[in-house]
Design a protein around this ligand. Structure first.
Ligand code: SF4
Length: 876
């Protein structure tokens, strides 16, 4: 039987149809009826079925490393939290939660902390993702409102993407935009990003601005709007305050000054400004490149200023549009899951709101001031202000800036609870109590996507072992702490009804978030709930906001802001000459605890890497595909160098996904300083000064194992293949014997082993077959040049390892090269060969190779490869 549910990864919130096959597998398809994706899925969503096995799952509660029952663990948590509160006050305890939680989980966590414990010390990893958008929206609109819908991106004549690699981070929204542009070629796309990302393939104009110069860019636009007479004077007069002061501050951003600050040519700036001003239907999309900055709130404000001055907001095809990283960042915001919010978009600092929420909850107390935001929360754990900490569904010892200091803080905290689906995350290793959480496919509740659309996540698998939904674990602790009636729900539907009923109060007090139309939803309708955009009340359902003004400020007017450009918190210097920009890759999610299970996702990028500009690489003595050491004052990472001019000179880019489980030294966020935006508290994750030097390996290796793979070499990075592992290896000293190394790696009692060893050249190749698996190992003094995709595919297909020692395919077959299309295993060599044989479009590649005809996530890379290759083909 099939189940309609929602993808657990990004904020696009795609509908998924899951159908267990009865043999342990699950077939996954996009839901054609879901209005976020209309049947599309990206590579991550399409591979969900490969991530559902129970390997590594935490199946029972554990206390101090031993198995325990839920009753014991619940009583212990309640006792330790109560004792800390009794001795040190309510602010001595904290929750650190996650945009992965469902709204029902979030609601219970927030009620327990703010309403019953009486502290606002609940913050979330969404703080790292979009807190600056929240703060920017609240400052300008009076509330955390995303005014538009996904349709606006399709209906716009100009879509401006700022700090958003939509092609990789929100792929289905990118596909919707690409389809709209293809159907309406007059539509233009501008891509504003220091890097030339995969998204640039869709852009009519690419503006690689200097890091941190977004406020200058949009202040420059604001002055040009005024100079061009494009201010919507009627809209501003009726619905906006603060325009004169905002304009005055922006006037120093002359074209020449903006050109200097952004590093962009005046002609390019003028082209962008003229296009923006002359196009009524313009949507400006922003994401982590804007948010993850010490001036993130101001960057958001600078974008909002331009839309408010022109009145281009809330009508079809126009408006500012924040896209969230996580599947339920929006749901967390709606229940008040940030330390700075109350519940149902009500305000902590508003006595009327506090009184209304406390009365509704009938709670003994209510938090009356903001709690600790993420960075401060872990600092408080380090210095003893937080005595008991509950971390849910996130891995802060990897993902927080200064991650090593965060790990030390967790270790220092007297009592730490971690709820997770996995037993062995880096954070879980630091816990006193581990609670097994139900995973995607096992739990029931709702999530809200970036366009305010609430969708159901429905279970289609039984929860294994003693795993429970997080709302239930929280409710039981709330009851055990002495409030059984307030935490007595018997289902997520009951939690949802209470959440919806509370939002009625918010609506009556003038708040935007009001889903009171669902406050009495019966269980059966909750089960059947179709995706619905909020608000949902007696007077309206969904739609856009602010075409008619009616902002959620005291006077109903939006507030334009006086903004001045600020540089990133730390300057580069001779000691730290490059800026580290962190981000994501197409086929992995967060710290890879789920996506790393899927071989087809690993086939895209199987090793941590850093993009470095050729000029910087030459200066640092870094060769193509060599290993490099990235250092900051906080830590060191070792990754593969990708020398490319996609990243500007003076910057490097490295993804944040790799952990100690997947690489020896790939935890990039450990290098980043915990500087935060003064308003939003969001850390600056894209401008860390670092230095990059060659990693002086004495030897390099590449291994494939169908069986065990025990990695203890100085450098390693591993990734799943079907039935085994692949790994990149390196060492600082050359082993005395390669066979001994192979035995350590694979643990195989060889039934047959073939070794080619050339000590003079420093090359060795080993093929081993044993009773418990088979393996190949290639080593050399420099980066190993073998046809990796060919070797992996051959091993997966069961070819004898001894036939693979050449490291290349035979003359009859081709090496596919690095995999670009994971759905059909199409590699770069096959794509370039097709281009040489006449393919000139992505559609041609689809016909020739099937490339891009599965989930379509690779289409931007296919387009970029063709754009590079076709001029060469034409010249030959
Ligand atoms: Fe999931 Fe991909 Fe859709 Fe995001 S775009 S919700 S990751 S399928």
């Amino acid at each position: 039987m099939s189940t309609c549910t929602t993808c657990p990864y990004c904020g696009v919130g795609c509908g998924v149809i899951a159908e267990p096959d009865g043999q342990g597998g699950v077939t996954i398809a996009g839901d054609p009826a879901h209005p976020a994706n209309f049947g599309r899925l990206c590579s991550k969503g399409a591979a969900l079925g490969e991530t559902l096995d129970l390997e590594g799952r935490l199946l029972t509660p554990e206390v101090d490393g031993r198995r325990a029952g839920w009753d014991e663990a619940t009583a212990l948590i309640a006792d330790r939290f109560s004792a800390a509160i009794a001795e040190h006050g309510p602010d001595s305890v904290a929750f650190y939660v996650s945009g992965q939680l469902l709204t029902e989980d979030y609601y219970v966590a927030n009620k327990l902390m703010k309403g019953y414990i009486g502290s606002a010390n609940i913050d979330t990893n969404s703080r790292l993702c979009m807190a600056s958008s929240v703060a920017g929206h609240k400052r300008a609109f009076g509330t955390d409102m995303v005014p538009g819908t996904y349709e606006d991106l399709e209906q716009a004549d100009l879509v401006v993407l700022v700090g958003s690699n939509l092609a990789w981070c929100h792929p289905v929204l990118y596909q919707r935009l690409a389809a709209a542009k293809s159907a309406r070629p007059g539509m233009r796309v501008v891509c504003i990003d220091p890097r030339r990302t995969a998204t640039a393939a869709l852009a009519d104009q690419v503006l690689p601005l200097s890091p941190g110069s977004d406020v200058a860019l949009f202040n420059g636009l604001l002055t040009r709007i005024e100079a061009a007479g494009a201010v919507n004077t009627r809209y501003v007069a009726e619905h906006v305050s603060g325009l004169p002061a905002a304009m005055l501050a922006a006037r120093s951003s002359t074209l020449a000054a903006v050109a200097v600050e952004t590093g962009l040519a005046e002609t390019e700036l003028a082209r962008f400004y003229n296009d923006w001003i002359s196009t009524e239907r313009v949507v400006t999309v922003y994401s982590q490149g804007v948010n993850q900055s010490t001036s993130g709130t101001d960057k958001v404000g600078a974008i909002l200023n331009c839309h408010l001055a022109t009145g281009r907001i809330g009508r079809a095809g126009m408006g500012p549009f924040s896209v969230t990283g996580q599947p339920n960042a929006m749901g967390g915001r709606e229940v008040g899951g940030l330390a700075t919010m109350l519940a149902a978009h009500m305000d902590l600092d508003n006595p009327e709101h506090r009184s209304a929420v406390r009365g509704f909850w009938q709670s003994p107390k209510i938090a009356d001031r903001p709690g600790l935001k993420a960075v401060d929360l872990f600092r408080a754990a380090a210095d003893g202000r937080v005595q008991a900490l509950w971390i849910m569904s996130t891995n802060p010892a990897v993902s927080m800036p200064e991650a090593d200091a965060v790990a030390a803080a967790i270790r220092a905290c007297p009592f730490v609870v971690v709820s997770d689906i996995l037993q062995d995350t880096y954070t879980a290793r630091l816990a006193d109590v581990l609670l097994p959480a139900a995973a995607w496919g096992e739990k029931s509740g709702t999530v809200t996507n970036s366009e305010r659309r609430i969708s159901r996540q429905r279970p289609f698998l039984p929860a294994p072992g003693e795993a429970r939904p997080d709302w239930k674990a929280l409710a039981d602790v709330g009851a055990a702490m002495g409030w059984p009636e307030a935490f007595s729900w018997d289902s997520p539907a009951a939690v949802f009804r209470e959440h919806a009923a509370l939002s009625r109060l918010g609506g009556q007090l003038g708040c935007d978030f009001d889903i009171s139309g669902m406050a009495a939803i019966p269980d059966v309708e909750y089960d059947r709930l179709a995706p619905v955009q909020w608000p949902v009340n007696e007077t309206r359902s969904g739609g856009r906001f602010y075409a008619d003004g009616a902002f959620h400020t005291g006077d109903g007017k939006a507030r334009m802001q006086v903004l001045r450009s600020r540089l990133p918190a730390e300057a580069v210097s001779p000691a730290w000459p490059l800026r580290l920009n962190t981000g994501r890759v197409r086929d992995q999610w967060h710290t890879m605890t789920r996506t790393a299970k899927a071989p087809r996702l690993a086939s895209h990028i199987a090793e941590p890497y850093a993009e470095i500009h050729p000029a910087d690489a030459v200066r640092a003595g870094i060769g193509a595909a060599s290993l490099v050491q990235i250092e900051s004052p906080h830590g060191t990472a070792v990754v593969r160098a990708l020398v490319t001019d996609r990243t500007p000179e003076g910057s490097i880019f490295a993804p944040m996904h790799w952990t100690a489980a997947t690489a020896s030294a790939g935890r990039i966020d450990a290098l980043v300083s915990a500087h935060v935006d003064p308003i939003s508290g969001q850390p600056e994750l894209k401008a860390q000064p670092v230095r990059v030097t060659p990693y002086k390996a004495a030897w390099h290796g590449f291994a494939v194992s169908l069986g065990r793979l025990d990695l203890a070499t100085d450098y390693w990075a591993r990734a799943r293949i079907r039935g085994g592992w692949r790994a990149e290896l390196a060492g600082l000293t050359t082993p005395a014997c390669w066979s001994t190394l192979a035995h350590q790696l694979f643990g195989l009692d060889a039934e047959s082993a073939v070794t080619l060893d050339d000590p003079l050249l420093g090359i060795a190749r080993l093929a081993i077959t044993g009773r418990r698996g088979s393996a190949v190992l290639y080593v050399g003094r420099g980066p190993v040049e073998v046809a990796r995709s060919h070797i992996v595919a051959a091993m997966e297909a069961g070819e004898p390892p001894a036939t693979l020692l050449a490291g290349r395919p035979s003359s009859e077959s081709r090496d596919p090269g690095a995999i670009v299309c994971g759905c059909y295993g199409v590699g770069i060599n096959a794509i370039l060969a097709a281009a040489a044989e006449g393919a000139t479009s992505v559609e041609d590649l689809g016909v020739a190779l099937n490339a891009g005809t599965g989930c379509g996530s690779c289409k931007p890379e296919l387009a970029a490869l063709l754009a590079d290759a076709l001029p060469r083909v034409a010249a030959e």
